[in-house]
Design a protein around this ligand. Structure first.
Ligand code: SF4
Length: 495
């Protein structure tokens, strides 16, 4: 029985529609989504804490991870060249894509030249970034996601909402309904039934697909090896059964040596899922060699730039290229935990998305993402390679101001703030006005409802009311009282 899986899932969902504020509002109204995201992120956070504690010396591991990623990115040209030479030495092919359109064109061309009708994919955020499924589907190639979470959201026609748990926002009942609709038969909501359905559907596709497409967690420069961390075994099927294997590689995901991989193999699974190691860690070096039992006849690596090289050498933002896409910063973020991934409207959600998306796609349409943060710094604390995401978010806000990408209302508010605080007399008059404006709105020392455009602030937060008298007024009154006292004493002595 065949499912009706479609390739495209970015347009149908409509979840990316609207402004950030509108998307956040929609997410906040969705109680189920919020419960599901909070439940899973809490579990992932807990698992990670346990795994990090069990490993021991977590801060030393983090520091070593930071050093490796910083060194690699600082010498990316050298390591990329070494990686390319080694892939070619082992019989693979490497293609460079300057942007998303070129990456899609390259893959579609490779598929069409080989008469591909069916492609199976394992999880790849780079392929999401370039909207590869849309391009292949338009070219007549059926694309099926084989990671269970990705398979679910492909059936739903939605983009992923988490870096490592793409269907984090779905519950069993919703998944059962999707599978029933796809398979044309009834199913129960227990895990064996749901997983069994997906396994049965996908197994036949693995055997008949002409093309396998995968992402790449790390690419090893010294050997030309592509490394995948997976839990379901689908990655191995995708990379070994079809005749052709295409790897989608973000150009920064290099590691110099296999020894460096040891450090990352300790950091990535623990940070992502709290596992010591994922169920499968796959190292692929070149296509199938003579005498080998499995593996593709052809291996192609598509190296994607898409704005990354603009960040190289930029001291303000280069650190973002150290990211190993573990998702740990999402799980601790107080914003992500409330609204989930679709509210960000970008392929990369959470704190890393709020930094990466405006850097890879700079423009007014992505400029509001750095404001989707409380700047609490929890993302930095969680990051296994110590990316100072909160600093990068502030720098992006500063860049918005420099480029004029701020709303007129915000510009006006800061202008008024600057004018008010520039002159003591003006400040005092404004404060008197504010105290007058809050009259009748104070309950138990708190502002029950702020007036005018500030109403949204107090709708979900507590704001202390302005004191009835300012510190300066009280200080002046106290000084006057002290001045009066000696005179009063003398009067008493005279009497
Ligand atoms: S920024 Fe750090 S915590 Fe967030 S996904 Fe990247 S490596 Fe993981």
């Amino acid at each position: 029985m065949q499912t009706s899986v479609q390739g495209s899932r970015t347009s149908a969902s409509g979840q990316a529609a609207g402004t950030l504020a509108e998307r956040v509002e929609r997410a906040l109204q969705d109680d189920f989504l919020r419960r599901a995201v909070q439940f899973t992120t809490q579990r992932l956070r807990h698992n990670k804490q346990q795994a990090a504690a069990a490993l021991g010396q977590w801060e030393a591991w983090r520091e070593r991870g930071r050093q490796i990623r910083a060194h690699t990115v600082a010498h990316l040209d050298r390591y990329l060249q070494q990686f390319v030479e080694n892939v070619r030495r082992h019989g693979g092919h490497v293609h460079f894509a300057a942007d998303a359109a070129e990456a899609v064109h390259l893959v579609v061309q490779l598929a069409c030249d080989r008469g591909v009708r069916l492609a199976v994919k394992s999880k790849s955020m780079v392929s999401e970034e370039v909207h590869l499924n849309d391009g292949l589907t338009a070219a007549g190639v059926r694309v099926v996601e084989t990671d269970l979470g990705e398979y679910i959201i492909q059936l739903a026609g939605e983009p992923p909402s988490h870096l490592i748990a793409p269907a984090i926002h779905k519950n069993r009942e919703q998944i059962r309904d999707l599978f029933c609709a796809a398979g044309g038969r009834g199913l129960t909501t227990d895990t064996p039934s749901l997983a069994g359905f997906a396994r049965q559907q996908l197994r036949q596709l693995f055997l008949t697909a002409d093309l396998g497409i995968s992402g790449c967690n790390f690419a090893i420069a010294e050997t030309g090896t592509v490394v995948l961390f997976t839990n379901e075994g689908n990655g191995r099927m995708v990379t070994s059964l079809p005749r052709t294997h295409i790897v989608m590689l973000g150009m920064e995901r290099l590691l110099p040596t296999l020894a460096d991989l040891e450090v990352m193999a300790n950091l990535l699974p623990r940070s992502a899922t709290g596992q010591k190691l994922t169920a499968y860690m796959t190292l692929l070096t070149g296509p199938r060699r003579e005498g080998e039992g499995d593996g593709p006849e052809e291996l192609h690596v598509v190296v994607l730039d898409n704005g990354r090289s603009n960040l190289l050498g930029d001291p303000a933002f280069q650190d973002v290229l150290h990211c190993i896409r573990c998702g740990a910063c999402l799980n601790v973020c107080p914003v992500y935990r409330q609204v989930g991934g679709h509210a960000y409207g970008s392929v990369y959600p959470g704190p890393i998305g709020a930094v990466l998306t405006p850097l890879l796609q700079p423009g007014p349409e992505t400029a509001d993402l750095p404001y989707a943060s409380s700047l609490c710094g929890a993302c930095f604390e969680a990051c296994p390679v110590k990316i100072p995401l909160h600093d990068l978010l502030v720098r992006l806000r500063q860049r918005n101001v420099e480029r004029g990408w701020v709303k007129p209302g915000e510009r006006l508010a800061w202008y008024a703030f600057q004018r008010t605080f520039a002159r003591p007399g003006r400040y005092r008059r404004v404060m008197r006005l504010a105290r007058w404006a809050q009259a009748g709105r104070v309950q138990a020392g708190e502002l029950a409802q702020a007036p005018g455009p500030l109403r949204g602030w107090t709708a979900s937060r507590q704001a202390p009311a302005l004191a009835a008298r300012s510190f300066q007024e009280r200080w002046s009154a106290l000084a006057a009282e002290l001045r009066e006292r000696p005179a009063a004493k003398e009067d008493a002595n005279d009497a």
